[in-house]
Design a protein around this ligand. Structure first.
Ligand code: NAP
Length: 313
C-alpha cells in the first residue's frame, strides 16, 4: 500500500476540497487523502497526518503515525489529545506572522488615535477633539515574544511606538525592552499604555490577566487580546472597564467561540468584539510551510521540531 498523508479535522466538505487543492499544489509529490476516504491499508501505512481541528479518535485510528502537522499556530487543544506521545508540529508561518503584526499595528492605531471615543461621540452627535498622543509617547507591551510577538514588535517599532515585551525565557530583541519571568510581569504591565496578548494558552497562562494584573496597568491603558480568550479573566476585565481603570479592550478571542449572544461583552461600550480574525491561516503559505516540513522528513526520516508538551506550547 503506497503511503498517503491523512488530512483530518476540516470544517465541512468545502473546506476539505479547498485545503486538498492547496496542499496538493504545494506538494504534488505527496498523496493527501481525507481520513474518511482512507481504507484500512491506507490507515495502517500513514506516517504523517495534517490536522485542522481533529477528532482524536481519527488520529488514534492511524497506528503507524510518526508525527502530526497542525495547520494552526495555537495547539492547546492538541497537547493532551492523543493516545500516544506523538510529536505535534504547530504552524509557524511567515505570512501568519505578517498578518498578525499588521493586525497588532492596526488595532494599536485604533486605540492610539482614540477611534473608540470618536465612534461613541459620533453616535451621540458630539464634536470634541481629544489631545493627540504620539507613537513615541505610547508604550505597547507584548505578552509573548515568540514568532508572532517578535513580528508585531518589529512592526510597532517601525511605526515609532515604544515597545516592551515579556516572555518565559530571556530574549534580546533590538529596540525593545524585553523582560521575562513572573516576577517581572508587574513591572512590564506598569509601563504599558496598550497591552497586547500574544502568548499561548497553557495551564500557566489560563487566567493570567486577572484583576491584579489589570490593576498593574497604567490608568487609562487598553488591552488587545489576539491570543486565546481564557488568558483574560472576563469578569475582572469588565470590572476594570467599568471602573475606568481600563479605557478599552479589543478582543478577538473568547472562552466560547462564537461569542454567545448573551455575553455582556457584545454590548459593553468599552469593548470591541472581533470574530477571531487577527491572524488567519493563509492556506497557500501554510501549505508551502507544511510541504517544506514534509520534504525535510522525507530527506532525513526525522520529524520536524515539535512542541514541548510539558510547557504546553
Ligand atoms: P510562540 O512562538 O510559541 O511564542 C509564545 C511566546 O509566549 C514565547 O515568547 C513564550 O516565551 C511566551 N510564553 C509562553 N508561556 C509563557 C509564560 N508562562 N510566561 C511568559 N511567557 C510565556 O507562539 P506564537 O506563534 O507567537 O503564537 C502565540 C499564540 O497566538 C498562539 O499560541 C495562539 O494561541 C495565538 N494565535 C492567535 C491567532 C488569532 O487569529 N487570534 C492566530 C495565531 C496564533 P519563550 O519565548 O520564553 O518560550
Amino acid at each position: 500500500m503506497p503511503e498517503v498523508i491523512a488530512l483530518i479535522g476540516c470544517k465541512g466538505p468545502t473546506q476539505e476540497t479547498d485545503y486538498l487543492a492547496v496542499l496538493a499544489a504545494a506538494m504534488p509529490e505527496e498523496r493527501i487523502v481525507p481520513f474518511r476516504l482512507m481504507d484500512d491499508g491506507a490507515r495502517d501505512a500513514a506516517r504523517v497526518a495534517i490536522v485542522a481541528n481533529p477528532d482524536p479518535a481519527e488520529v488514534a485510528a492511524l497506528p503507524n503515525l510518526v508525527w502530526v502537522q497542525s495547520l494552526w499556530a495555537g495547539v492547546e487543544r492538541l497537547v493532551n489529545a492523543f493516545d500516544r506521545p506523538l510529536p505535534i508540529v504547530r504552524l509557524v508561518d511567515r505570512e501568519m506572522a505578517r498578518t498578525m503584526a499588521e493586525a497588532v499595528l492596526a488595532w494599536t492605531y485604533y486605540i492610539q488615535r482614540d477611534m473608540p471615543a470618536y465612534a461613541r461621540q459620533q453616535r451621540a452627535g458630539v464634536w470634541r477633539p481629544h489631545p493627540y498622543r504620539k507613537p513615541s509617547d505610547t508604550t505597547v507591551g507584548l505578552l509573548g515574544l515568540g514568532a508572532l510577538g517578535i513580528a508585531a514588535a518589529e512592526r510597532l517599532l517601525g511605526a515609532g511606538f515604544r515597545v516592551t515585551g515579556w516572555s518565559r525565557s530571556p530574549k534580546a530583541v533590538p529596540g525593545i525592552e524585553a523582560m521575562h519571568g513572573v516576577a517581572a510581569l508587574p513591572i512590564m504591565l506598569g509601563r504599558c499604555d496598550i497591552l497586547v496578548c500574544l502568548i499561548p494558552l497553557t495551564p500557566e497562562t489560563r487566567g493570567l490577566i486577572d484583576a491584579e494584573r489589570l490593576a498593574a496597568l497604567k490608568p487609562g491603558a487598553a488591552l488587545i487580546n489576539f491570543a486565546r480568550g481564557p488568558i483574560v479573566a472576563t469578569d475582572d476585565l469588565i470590572a476594570a472597564l467599568d471602573s475606568g481603570h481600563l479605557a478599552h479592550a479589543v478582543l478577538d478571542v473568547f472562552e466560547v467561540e462564537p461569542l454567545p449572544a448573551e455575553s455582556p461583552l457584545w454590548s459593553h461600550p468599552g469593548v470591541t468584539v472581533l470574530p477571531h480574525i487577527s491572524g488567519p491561516t493563509d492556506m497557500p503559505s501554510a501549505a508551502a510551510t507544511v510541504a517544506a516540513n514534509l520534504r525535510e522528513f522525507r530527506r532525513t526520516g526525522e520529524p520536524p521540531q515539535g512542541i514541548d508538551k510539558a510547557r504546553g506550547y
